[in-house]
Design a protein around this ligand. Structure first.
Ligand SMILES: *Cc1c(COP(=O)(O)O)cnc(C)c1O
Length: 425
């Protein structure tokens, strides 16, 4: 029986048998025991499924991956040690030296560096495009060696809403998959597969964990992209893998081929496994994801409206505001809300923003977003402090920009804290 997403948050992925632990156990074991070498051999051949070494698969991790897979409506999923590892694995499973990616320029800074600097050193080129690019201009960025398109549903930190259908149409017109980072909306607010995305990744470190306890990532494959129809582009999936007993992932594993290759090859070789302990914590977070995300969004909407009405605030960026440039796209792709993250500017630029930050009592100054506790960051006085005002503007980080991650506390307390800090500027 298929359940609704709220039920899947609580129960999907783990169904105990009679007399077994009600709560998903932590399989804190690197290895698994077998009666015969022959059976272990079949596991190595991937002709039989089972556990043998936690770097490749672990029952706790698999249950949590299965839950996220159900939330996204995917065919197969895997956990990774971090969101960064998920992004890298999602791309490198189908790319190699000499290949090219089309990527949105409005993505998380770490993803941008990974693609623009580190993957470049591996011989993989990228063309970055603004999410608002016209469909014609987007079409013109594809090359014969383009193998994937990568973008974020709701960009961190720019809060730009992606027209997912525009990107999926062009990806598919050029015979490549669309990979979407769905970290900020979570599956509660958006299922990118419904709009044509093929693969979704998450930094589970953010709302999914939701309590700022465990760094982690996840990759979910919709199973919809037909690799074999583009076998010339994806030989790694469509021809036998000599490093893995001659299996042909897309043929032998069908809709599970992509995730099987990412596990059997990349996890084997790069070892970016999520610890079962962290997967357990992630699962606890997921059990309340539907409740928390709703509350984050309700609180953020009220806070954004308060800030927009304040004469101490010069601008507010939140897709839920009718005045927002991306409001129409948000209504289409994020009808239940975008996220708890807002950015805004205060009157008086850098000095006033610093005073405001130092006056906060409830909101904490941290370099993190998307957990239960309200937190704020003023990049100009912290992460970007070495830059002049002119350099900041050039980098797209305004001197007065404050990033606010609205928590799930009582919203009147959050607003009262902002109000008293704004009054001190
Ligand atoms: C944080 C973040 C990442 C990176 O995830 P880590 O878990 O920190 O490695 C990737 N994408 C987005 C949108 C993020 O917010």
């Amino acid at each position: 029986m298929a359940y609704k997403i709220n039920t899947n948050c609580v129960q999907a992925g783990y169904t105990p048998g009679n007399g077994e632990a009600r709560v998903l156990p932590i399989y804190q074991s690197t290895t698994f025991k077998y009666e015969s070498s022959e059976q272990m051999g079949r596991l190595f051949d991937l002709s039989e499924s089972g556990y043998f070494y936690t770097r490749l698969q672990n029952p706790t991790n698999d249950a949590v991956a299965a839950k996220i897979c159900a939330l996204e409506g995917g065919a197969a999923a895997m956990l990774t040690s971090s969101g960064q590892a998920a992004t890298f694995f999602s791309l490198f499973t189908i790319l190699g030296a000499g290949d090219h990616i089309v990527a949105s320029s409005a993505i998380y800074g770490g993803s941008f560096n990974l693609i623009a600097v580190t993957m470049k050193r591996m011989g993989i080129d990228a063309t970055f495009v603004h999410p608002d690019i016209t469909e014609e201009e987007l079409a013109a960025t594809f090359k014969p060696n383009t193998k994937a398109v990568f973008a974020e549903t709701l960009a961190n930190p720019a809060l730009i809403v992606l027209d997912i259908e525009k990107f999926s149409r062009q990806a598919h017109a050029h015979g490549v998959p669309l990979i979407i980072d769905n970290t900020f909306p979570t599956p509660i607010n958006c299922n990118p597969f419904k709009f044509g995305a093929d693969i979704v990744i998450h930094s589970t470190t953010k709302y999914m964990d939701g309590h700022a306890t465990a760094v982690g990532g996840c990759i979910v494959d919709s199973g919809n992209f037909d690799w074999l129809a583009h076998a010339d582009k994806y030989p790694g999936l469509c021809t036998p893998d000599d490093s893995y007993h001659g299996v042909t992932y897309a043929k032998d594993f069908g809709k599970g081929g992509y995730i099987t290759k990412a596990t059997a090859q990349l996890m084997r070789d790069l070892g970016s496994i999520q610890s079962p302990q962290n997967a357990f914590l992630l699962n606890l977070g997921l059990e309340t994801l539907h409740l928390r995300v709703k509350r984050h969004c309700e609180n953020a909407q009220a806070v954004a409206e308060y800030l927009e009405a304040s004469d101490k605030v010069t601008w507010v960026n939140y897709p839920g505001l009718e005045s927002n440039k991306y409001h129409a796209l948000a209504e289409k792709y994020l009808p239940n809300g975008s996220s708890g993250v807002i950015s805004f500017g205060v009157k008086g630029r850098r000095a006033a923003a610093t005073k405001f930050m130092d006056s906060l009592k409830l909101g904490a100054i941290v370099t993190h977003v998307a957990d239960a506790r309200t937190c704020l960051l003023h990049p100009a006085s912290t992460t970007h402090r070495q830059m002049t005002d002119e350099q900041l503007v050039e980098a797209g980080v305004l001197p007065d920009l404050i990033r606010l991650s609205v928590g799930i506390e009582d919203v009147s307390d959050i607003i009262a804290d902002l109000e008293q800090a704004l009054a001190k500027m």
